[in-house]
Design a protein around this ligand. Sequence first.
Ligand SMILES: [Zn+2]
Length: 69
Amino acid sequence: MTGQSVRTFPHRKNPDGTWDSICSDCFRTIARVKDPSDLELFERDHDCAQFKSLSFRFRLLSESDTDVA
Ligand SMILES: [Zn+2]
């Protein structure tokens, strides 16, 4: 794996007006923001392996934990 696989980050609008970005590779919600243009920053920095250790931090930022199966 050299990180050259193409990842996409579908966006999902939440009922509260925030936006989620979902990694097509690890299927995690990598960011939840009010301004969808901010998602690009998270997507650029997202590392599927690294994110596992950071997920606890994201939970502090997101009040609701609504993973879609
Ligand atoms: Zn990922």
